[in-house]
Design a protein around this ligand. Structure first.
Ligand code: R2B
Ligand code: URA
Length: 310
């Protein structure tokens, strides 16, 4: 049980472990993390997850499995001979989760609602497991604005479709706005880990988060479109003028909910195309696979450096 005298900040215990901004949880005799197929009554969460330091999230189960395999080799983590990594949340049939030593790799699906539900349960998981000072990364894909396909983008700030730097949610029929603050130092540290000889650029700027891939991102190729090419170009220019360099679909929720929980977090996405030049994702599959590994490489460099310094 957490002891009141350990309280340092509204969101952290003095030893760095995650504290919940919800008094109800510690009063419950068990907490079922339904979409993860885990529970505080059915699993020893401290034993299973107490050593986690990094939580890496990305959209698809396959990409996160590949990231788990990749980070396992990168940090030299060994699992018993003849065994394979296994999907801890397999029986949720929702998200996939792999644990590689201190690195938890989880898929978040598409869009704010999907990543929002996951964040509630992962943040509670951090609390139940008594994880100290975790760092969360979203490694994803995005559309670039004036940025070539293959470029890696680190988000300095997330804004919504109206360019507001907050995540708006409706709670009990009221609007609740939470700031989408990201850790500026972490952005600088990540940027410094890009190599001059990487065959691609790594840049940073604002990220716009939308709740739709097509009309919501100004695409002309959806099932519906009631604007023209000129309207789109004008809009892209307006975004660029506001400092927005990429568009994706989870950043506001990810930034706001981690910040509200007092968890350090960063968003690193690879651009799949320059939205000034088109709407369809036409790069061949092999090229897309190579591009999607780029944010993983950057996060791996960060994790390895952290583990070496320990
Ligand atoms: C990027 O890619 C997905 C849409 O294709 C979405 O999850 C996002 O943020
Ligand atoms: N993901 C998005 O949300 N938009 C794009 O254009 C590409 C990937």
């Amino acid at each position: 049980q957490h002891d009141e005298s350990r309280h340092d900040s509204p969101v952290r215990y003095r030893d760095g472990s995650v504290r919940l901004r919800n008094p109800n949880i510690e009063l419950m005799d068990q907490d079922i993390l339904y979409h993860l197929a885990l529970g505080s009554g059915s699993h020893d969460l401290v034993e299973m997850f107490g050593d986690v330091k990094f939580v890496c999230m990305g959209g698809t189960p396959k990409r996160m499995e590949q990231f788990a395999e990749y980070i396992m080799a990168e940090i030299g983590h060994k699992i018993p001979a003849g065994t394979a990594l296994h999907d801890i949340s397999q029986y949720s049939y929702r998200y996939s989760m792999y644990k590689v030593g201190p690195v938890l790799c989880v898929s978040h699906g598409m869009g704010i609602p999907s990543i929002g539900i996951l964040l509630h349960e992962i943040i509670k998981l951090m609390y139940h497991a008594k994880v100290k000072d975790p760092i969360f990364f979203r490694i994803g894909t995005c559309g670039g604005i004036g940025i070539e396909g293959g470029t890696v983008v680190i988000s300095e700030e997330a804004v919504d479709e109206m360019l507001n730097p907050y995540h708006e949610q409706h709670v009990l029929g009221k609007k609740v706005c939470r700031p989408t603050t990201l850790d500026a130092k972490l952005v600088r540290e990540l940027k410094a880990l890009s190599h001059a000889d990487d065959p691609y650029d790594t840049v940073s700027g604002k990220t716009m988060c939308t709740s739709d891939f097509y009309e919501g991102q100004g695409r002309l190729d959806g099932a519906f479109c009631e604007f023209d090419e000129n309207d789109k170009k004008e809009y892209m220019q307006k975004l660029l003028d506001a400092g927005v360099i990429n568009i994706e679909m989870e950043s506001t929720a990810f930034a706001a909910l981690t910040h509200f929980a007092g968890i350090k977090a960063a968003i690193i996405c690879v651009a799949l195309l320059d939205r000034f030049k088109g709407d369809q994702v036409c790069a061949p599959k092999e090229v897309l696979n190579e591009w999607q590994a780029r944010p993983q490489t950057l996060v791996s460099r960060y994790i390895r450096r952290y583990l070496q310094r320990k």
